[in-house]
Write a protein that binds this ligand. Structure first.
Ligand SMILES: [Zn+2]
Length: 357
Protein backbone atom coordinates (compact mmCIF):
# COMPACT_ATOMS: atom_id res chain seq x y z
CA UNK A 1 0.00 0.00 0.00
CA UNK A 2 1.38 3.38 -0.92
CA UNK A 3 1.91 5.81 1.91
CA UNK A 4 -0.57 8.70 1.73
CA UNK A 5 1.00 12.14 1.70
CA UNK A 6 0.06 13.86 5.00
CA UNK A 7 -1.29 16.89 3.12
CA UNK A 8 -3.61 14.74 1.03
CA UNK A 9 -4.66 12.92 4.15
CA UNK A 10 -5.51 16.23 5.84
CA UNK A 11 -7.31 17.44 2.77
CA UNK A 12 -9.36 14.26 2.65
CA UNK A 13 -10.33 14.68 6.28
CA UNK A 14 -11.33 18.26 5.55
CA UNK A 15 -13.42 17.20 2.59
CA UNK A 16 -15.16 14.52 4.59
CA UNK A 17 -15.86 17.01 7.35
CA UNK A 18 -17.18 19.52 4.83
CA UNK A 19 -19.30 16.81 3.28
CA UNK A 20 -20.76 15.92 6.66
CA UNK A 21 -21.48 19.57 7.36
CA UNK A 22 -23.24 19.89 4.02
CA UNK A 23 -25.30 16.79 4.72
CA UNK A 24 -26.29 18.27 8.06
CA UNK A 25 -27.29 21.50 6.33
CA UNK A 26 -29.26 19.65 3.70
CA UNK A 27 -31.31 17.79 6.33
CA UNK A 28 -34.72 19.27 5.51
CA UNK A 29 -36.88 20.50 8.33
CA UNK A 30 -40.11 18.59 8.70
CA UNK A 31 -42.88 20.30 6.73
CA UNK A 32 -44.64 21.31 9.95
CA UNK A 33 -41.56 23.23 11.15
CA UNK A 34 -40.67 24.99 7.91
CA UNK A 35 -41.91 28.52 7.34
CA UNK A 36 -45.33 28.11 5.74
CA UNK A 37 -44.43 30.88 3.30
CA UNK A 38 -41.80 28.58 1.74
CA UNK A 39 -44.32 25.78 1.31
CA UNK A 40 -47.10 27.95 -0.10
CA UNK A 41 -44.70 30.13 -2.08
CA UNK A 42 -43.42 27.06 -3.94
CA UNK A 43 -46.83 26.07 -5.30
CA UNK A 44 -47.37 27.11 -8.89
CA UNK A 45 -50.96 25.87 -9.21
CA UNK A 46 -54.00 25.75 -6.90
CA UNK A 47 -55.32 22.69 -5.10
CA UNK A 48 -57.92 21.05 -7.29
CA UNK A 49 -60.52 20.75 -4.55
CA UNK A 50 -63.88 22.26 -3.69
CA UNK A 51 -63.43 26.00 -3.38
CA UNK A 52 -63.06 27.11 0.23
CA UNK A 53 -61.20 29.83 2.12
CA UNK A 54 -59.79 28.56 5.40
CA UNK A 55 -58.78 30.69 8.36
CA UNK A 56 -58.44 34.44 8.45
CA UNK A 57 -57.16 37.05 6.02
CA UNK A 58 -53.68 37.01 7.59
CA UNK A 59 -53.54 33.36 8.68
CA UNK A 60 -55.12 30.98 6.23
CA UNK A 61 -55.19 29.45 2.78
CA UNK A 62 -57.57 28.68 -0.06
CA UNK A 63 -58.56 25.50 -1.89
CA UNK A 64 -59.93 25.59 -5.41
CA UNK A 65 -58.70 29.09 -6.23
CA UNK A 66 -59.03 30.36 -9.78
CA UNK A 67 -56.82 32.78 -11.71
CA UNK A 68 -58.00 36.00 -13.25
CA UNK A 69 -56.90 36.07 -16.90
CA UNK A 70 -53.87 38.27 -17.47
CA UNK A 71 -55.95 40.52 -19.72
CA UNK A 72 -59.55 41.50 -19.96
CA UNK A 73 -61.63 44.12 -21.71
CA UNK A 74 -61.04 46.50 -18.80
CA UNK A 75 -58.06 45.18 -16.88
CA UNK A 76 -54.45 44.06 -17.09
CA UNK A 77 -52.81 42.00 -14.36
CA UNK A 78 -49.44 43.28 -13.19
CA UNK A 79 -46.29 41.68 -11.73
CA UNK A 80 -47.08 38.38 -13.42
CA UNK A 81 -43.86 36.75 -12.27
CA UNK A 82 -45.15 36.84 -8.70
CA UNK A 83 -47.93 34.40 -9.63
CA UNK A 84 -50.47 36.04 -7.36
CA UNK A 85 -53.44 36.29 -9.71
CA UNK A 86 -55.35 33.66 -7.73
CA UNK A 87 -58.43 34.13 -5.66
CA UNK A 88 -61.85 32.95 -4.62
CA UNK A 89 -64.10 32.89 -7.70
CA UNK A 90 -66.31 35.50 -5.97
CA UNK A 91 -63.31 37.85 -5.75
CA UNK A 92 -62.34 37.28 -9.37
CA UNK A 93 -65.93 37.87 -10.49
CA UNK A 94 -66.03 41.08 -8.47
CA UNK A 95 -62.78 42.34 -10.03
CA UNK A 96 -64.17 41.77 -13.50
CA UNK A 97 -67.40 43.57 -12.63
CA UNK A 98 -65.47 46.39 -10.97
CA UNK A 99 -63.24 46.82 -14.02
CA UNK A 100 -66.30 47.43 -16.19
CA UNK A 101 -67.90 49.76 -13.67
CA UNK A 102 -64.60 51.65 -13.47
CA UNK A 103 -64.70 52.33 -17.18
CA UNK A 104 -68.22 53.70 -16.77
CA UNK A 105 -66.74 56.20 -14.31
CA UNK A 106 -64.25 57.34 -16.91
CA UNK A 107 -61.35 55.28 -15.54
CA UNK A 108 -59.55 53.62 -18.48
CA UNK A 109 -59.32 50.23 -16.80
CA UNK A 110 -57.75 48.50 -13.82
CA UNK A 111 -54.15 47.54 -13.29
CA UNK A 112 -54.45 44.58 -10.93
CA UNK A 113 -51.85 43.99 -8.24
CA UNK A 114 -51.59 40.98 -5.98
CA UNK A 115 -54.58 38.85 -5.11
CA UNK A 116 -53.30 35.57 -3.56
CA UNK A 117 -50.90 32.74 -4.25
CA UNK A 118 -52.39 29.67 -5.97
CA UNK A 119 -53.14 28.07 -2.59
CA UNK A 120 -53.13 31.29 -0.63
CA UNK A 121 -51.12 31.12 2.57
CA UNK A 122 -48.29 33.33 3.77
CA UNK A 123 -46.01 34.88 1.16
CA UNK A 124 -42.25 35.04 0.88
CA UNK A 125 -42.43 38.80 0.32
CA UNK A 126 -44.90 41.58 0.92
CA UNK A 127 -48.28 41.28 2.52
CA UNK A 128 -49.32 39.82 5.83
CA UNK A 129 -52.86 39.36 4.54
CA UNK A 130 -54.00 38.21 1.05
CA UNK A 131 -53.91 34.62 2.38
CA UNK A 132 -57.44 33.40 1.70
CA UNK A 133 -58.20 34.71 -1.81
CA UNK A 134 -60.49 37.46 -0.55
CA UNK A 135 -58.07 40.45 -0.79
CA UNK A 136 -56.97 42.26 -3.94
CA UNK A 137 -54.77 45.26 -4.71
CA UNK A 138 -55.64 47.77 -7.42
CA UNK A 139 -53.13 50.30 -8.69
CA UNK A 140 -53.92 54.01 -8.53
CA UNK A 141 -52.28 54.18 -11.98
CA UNK A 142 -54.90 53.96 -14.73
CA UNK A 143 -54.52 51.24 -17.34
CA UNK A 144 -52.63 52.51 -20.38
CA UNK A 145 -54.39 52.32 -23.74
CA UNK A 146 -52.11 49.57 -24.94
CA UNK A 147 -51.23 46.13 -23.79
CA UNK A 148 -48.19 46.11 -21.54
CA UNK A 149 -45.52 43.50 -22.14
CA UNK A 150 -44.68 40.99 -19.42
CA UNK A 151 -41.48 42.88 -18.72
CA UNK A 152 -43.29 46.21 -18.42
CA UNK A 153 -45.79 44.61 -16.05
CA UNK A 154 -42.95 43.48 -13.84
CA UNK A 155 -40.99 46.72 -14.00
CA UNK A 156 -43.49 49.58 -14.29
CA UNK A 157 -42.85 51.66 -11.17
CA UNK A 158 -45.65 52.45 -8.76
CA UNK A 159 -46.82 56.06 -8.58
CA UNK A 160 -47.59 57.46 -5.16
CA UNK A 161 -50.61 59.70 -4.76
CA UNK A 162 -48.81 61.58 -1.97
CA UNK A 163 -46.77 64.75 -2.12
CA UNK A 164 -43.67 63.39 -0.43
CA UNK A 165 -42.36 66.88 0.29
CA UNK A 166 -45.16 67.29 2.83
CA UNK A 167 -46.44 65.30 5.79
CA UNK A 168 -49.22 62.92 4.83
CA UNK A 169 -50.69 65.01 2.03
CA UNK A 170 -52.31 63.92 -1.22
CA UNK A 171 -50.60 65.29 -4.31
CA UNK A 172 -53.28 67.34 -6.04
CA UNK A 173 -51.38 67.09 -9.31
CA UNK A 174 -51.94 63.33 -9.34
CA UNK A 175 -55.13 62.71 -7.39
CA UNK A 176 -58.33 63.35 -9.34
CA UNK A 177 -62.02 63.14 -8.62
CA UNK A 178 -62.03 59.98 -10.76
CA UNK A 179 -59.59 58.38 -8.31
CA UNK A 180 -62.06 59.26 -5.55
CA UNK A 181 -65.00 57.82 -7.44
CA UNK A 182 -63.03 54.65 -8.15
CA UNK A 183 -62.31 54.03 -4.46
CA UNK A 184 -65.88 54.82 -3.47
CA UNK A 185 -67.23 52.56 -6.22
CA UNK A 186 -65.14 49.73 -4.73
CA UNK A 187 -66.67 50.46 -1.33
CA UNK A 188 -70.17 50.38 -2.78
CA UNK A 189 -70.34 46.65 -3.47
CA UNK A 190 -72.22 44.86 -0.69
CA UNK A 191 -69.67 42.04 -0.52
CA UNK A 192 -66.82 44.52 0.03
CA UNK A 193 -66.27 44.97 3.76
CA UNK A 194 -63.17 47.14 3.71
CA UNK A 195 -61.15 49.23 1.28
CA UNK A 196 -57.69 50.12 2.62
CA UNK A 197 -56.07 53.40 1.63
CA UNK A 198 -53.37 55.69 2.99
CA UNK A 199 -54.62 57.98 5.79
CA UNK A 200 -53.97 61.02 3.55
CA UNK A 201 -56.30 59.57 0.94
CA UNK A 202 -58.95 58.82 3.53
CA UNK A 203 -58.65 62.43 4.74
CA UNK A 204 -59.01 63.69 1.18
CA UNK A 205 -62.17 61.63 0.73
CA UNK A 206 -63.55 62.84 4.07
CA UNK A 207 -62.96 66.43 2.97
CA UNK A 208 -64.31 66.14 -0.55
CA UNK A 209 -66.73 63.24 -1.00
CA UNK A 210 -70.17 64.49 -1.99
CA UNK A 211 -71.84 61.12 -2.49
CA UNK A 212 -73.15 58.58 0.01
CA UNK A 213 -71.13 59.29 3.19
CA UNK A 214 -72.20 56.02 4.80
CA UNK A 215 -69.86 54.15 2.46
CA UNK A 216 -66.88 56.13 3.76
CA UNK A 217 -66.83 53.96 6.87
CA UNK A 218 -65.63 51.01 4.80
CA UNK A 219 -62.64 53.03 3.59
CA UNK A 220 -59.98 52.33 6.20
CA UNK A 221 -56.76 54.28 6.80
CA UNK A 222 -53.61 52.16 6.90
CA UNK A 223 -49.84 52.46 6.37
CA UNK A 224 -48.67 52.42 2.74
CA UNK A 225 -51.48 52.08 0.22
CA UNK A 226 -50.58 55.37 -1.44
CA UNK A 227 -49.91 53.84 -4.86
CA UNK A 228 -52.57 51.17 -4.68
CA UNK A 229 -55.72 50.48 -2.74
CA UNK A 230 -56.81 47.18 -1.31
CA UNK A 231 -60.23 45.60 -1.53
CA UNK A 232 -61.33 43.01 1.01
CA UNK A 233 -64.52 41.04 0.58
CA UNK A 234 -66.34 39.22 3.33
CA UNK A 235 -66.32 35.48 3.88
CA UNK A 236 -68.55 33.89 1.23
CA UNK A 237 -71.99 32.72 2.29
CA UNK A 238 -71.85 29.36 4.04
CA UNK A 239 -68.03 29.22 4.15
CA UNK A 240 -67.70 27.48 7.49
CA UNK A 241 -63.90 27.48 7.62
CA UNK A 242 -63.54 31.18 6.79
CA UNK A 243 -62.99 33.38 9.82
CA UNK A 244 -64.76 36.73 9.39
CA UNK A 245 -63.38 40.08 10.52
CA UNK A 246 -65.14 42.32 12.97
CA UNK A 247 -67.63 44.66 11.32
CA UNK A 248 -66.40 48.20 10.74
CA UNK A 249 -67.68 50.72 13.26
CA UNK A 250 -70.72 52.74 12.29
CA UNK A 251 -70.12 56.20 10.89
CA UNK A 252 -67.89 57.62 8.17
CA UNK A 253 -64.62 57.22 10.10
CA UNK A 254 -63.76 60.89 9.54
CA UNK A 255 -63.21 61.28 13.27
CA UNK A 256 -60.64 60.96 16.05
CA UNK A 257 -59.60 57.55 14.72
CA UNK A 258 -58.48 59.28 11.52
CA UNK A 259 -56.97 62.26 13.37
CA UNK A 260 -54.68 59.83 15.20
CA UNK A 261 -52.86 59.10 11.94
CA UNK A 262 -51.91 62.76 11.75
CA UNK A 263 -50.16 62.70 15.10
CA UNK A 264 -46.57 61.62 15.68
CA UNK A 265 -47.53 58.38 17.39
CA UNK A 266 -48.11 56.11 14.38
CA UNK A 267 -44.88 57.26 12.74
CA UNK A 268 -42.53 57.22 15.74
CA UNK A 269 -39.74 54.67 15.67
CA UNK A 270 -40.26 52.08 18.42
CA UNK A 271 -37.90 52.82 21.29
CA UNK A 272 -35.45 49.97 21.90
CA UNK A 273 -36.04 48.55 25.35
CA UNK A 274 -33.09 48.36 27.69
CA UNK A 275 -31.67 44.86 28.16
CA UNK A 276 -34.12 43.52 25.61
CA UNK A 277 -33.14 40.09 24.36
CA UNK A 278 -32.76 39.81 20.59
CA UNK A 279 -36.07 38.63 19.19
CA UNK A 280 -35.97 35.31 17.41
CA UNK A 281 -37.33 35.67 13.89
CA UNK A 282 -40.87 34.43 13.94
CA UNK A 283 -42.78 32.92 11.08
CA UNK A 284 -46.03 31.10 10.53
CA UNK A 285 -45.73 27.34 10.25
CA UNK A 286 -48.35 24.86 9.09
CA UNK A 287 -49.13 24.24 12.75
CA UNK A 288 -50.22 27.90 13.09
CA UNK A 289 -52.63 27.62 10.16
CA UNK A 290 -56.00 25.85 10.11
CA UNK A 291 -55.62 22.07 9.81
CA UNK A 292 -57.32 22.16 6.41
CA UNK A 293 -54.34 24.11 5.04
CA UNK A 294 -52.13 21.02 5.25
CA UNK A 295 -54.62 19.22 3.03
CA UNK A 296 -54.75 22.22 0.69
CA UNK A 297 -50.97 22.15 0.42
CA UNK A 298 -50.99 18.42 -0.33
CA UNK A 299 -53.98 18.59 -2.67
CA UNK A 300 -53.70 17.59 -6.33
CA UNK A 301 -52.87 20.18 -9.01
CA UNK A 302 -54.98 20.72 -12.09
CA UNK A 303 -53.46 19.69 -15.42
CA UNK A 304 -52.86 23.28 -16.46
CA UNK A 305 -53.30 26.87 -15.44
CA UNK A 306 -55.79 27.30 -18.25
CA UNK A 307 -58.08 24.71 -16.69
CA UNK A 308 -58.40 26.87 -13.56
CA UNK A 309 -58.50 30.31 -15.14
CA UNK A 310 -61.76 32.11 -14.54
CA UNK A 311 -63.93 32.29 -17.64
CA UNK A 312 -66.29 35.08 -16.79
CA UNK A 313 -66.01 38.19 -18.78
CA UNK A 314 -64.06 37.83 -21.97
CA UNK A 315 -60.64 37.77 -20.36
CA UNK A 316 -57.73 36.06 -22.02
CA UNK A 317 -54.47 34.65 -20.83
CA UNK A 318 -51.89 33.97 -23.45
CA UNK A 319 -48.19 33.32 -23.51
CA UNK A 320 -47.85 36.49 -21.45
CA UNK A 321 -48.63 34.52 -18.34
CA UNK A 322 -45.88 32.78 -16.53
CA UNK A 323 -47.39 29.45 -17.39
CA UNK A 324 -47.16 26.72 -14.84
CA UNK A 325 -48.24 23.84 -17.04
CA UNK A 326 -46.29 20.62 -16.69
CA UNK A 327 -45.74 20.48 -12.96
CA UNK A 328 -44.72 22.49 -9.98
CA UNK A 329 -41.29 23.51 -11.18
CA UNK A 330 -41.96 24.09 -14.83
CA UNK A 331 -42.19 27.89 -14.59
CA UNK A 332 -40.91 29.51 -17.78
CA UNK A 333 -37.95 31.79 -17.75
CA UNK A 334 -38.53 35.52 -17.94
CA UNK A 335 -36.52 35.57 -21.17
CA UNK A 336 -38.81 33.10 -22.90
CA UNK A 337 -41.89 34.99 -21.80
CA UNK A 338 -40.51 38.26 -23.08
CA UNK A 339 -39.48 36.59 -26.32
CA UNK A 340 -42.96 35.13 -26.74
CA UNK A 341 -44.50 38.49 -26.09
CA UNK A 342 -43.45 39.91 -29.46
CA UNK A 343 -45.72 37.41 -31.16
CA UNK A 344 -48.80 38.47 -29.21
CA UNK A 345 -51.67 40.22 -30.85
CA UNK A 346 -52.27 43.64 -29.33
CA UNK A 347 -55.74 43.83 -27.87
CA UNK A 348 -55.77 47.57 -28.43
CA UNK A 349 -53.90 49.56 -31.06
CA UNK A 350 -50.55 50.79 -29.82
CA UNK A 351 -50.57 54.56 -30.15
CA UNK A 352 -48.01 56.16 -32.45
CA UNK A 353 -46.06 58.83 -30.57
CA UNK A 354 -46.99 62.26 -31.82
CA UNK A 355 -46.01 65.74 -30.80
CA UNK A 356 -48.22 67.59 -28.35
CA UNK A 357 -50.64 69.97 -29.98
ZN1 LIG B 1 -53.04 44.56 -0.37
Amino acid sequence: MLPVHPLISRLTTCLIAAGLALTALAQPLAAEERPAKELFGAKRLPAKMATASYGSYAKGCIAGAVAIPTDGPAWQAMRLSRNRRWGHPQMIALLEEFSQDAQKLGWPGLLLGDISQPRGGPMLSGHASHQVGLDADIWFTPMPDRRLSAQERDELPFTSMLDKSKFLTVDSRRWTSTHARLVMKAASYPQVERVFVNPAIKRKLCDTWQGDRSLLGKVRPIYGHDEHFHIRIKCPEGAAGCKPQAKVAAGDGCDASLDWWFTKEPWAKPKPKKDAKPVKPWYLTLANLPKACSAVLAGPSPASEQEVTYQGNGGTSTALAFSSGGGESAGRTIESVIAADTALPAIVPIPIPRPFQ
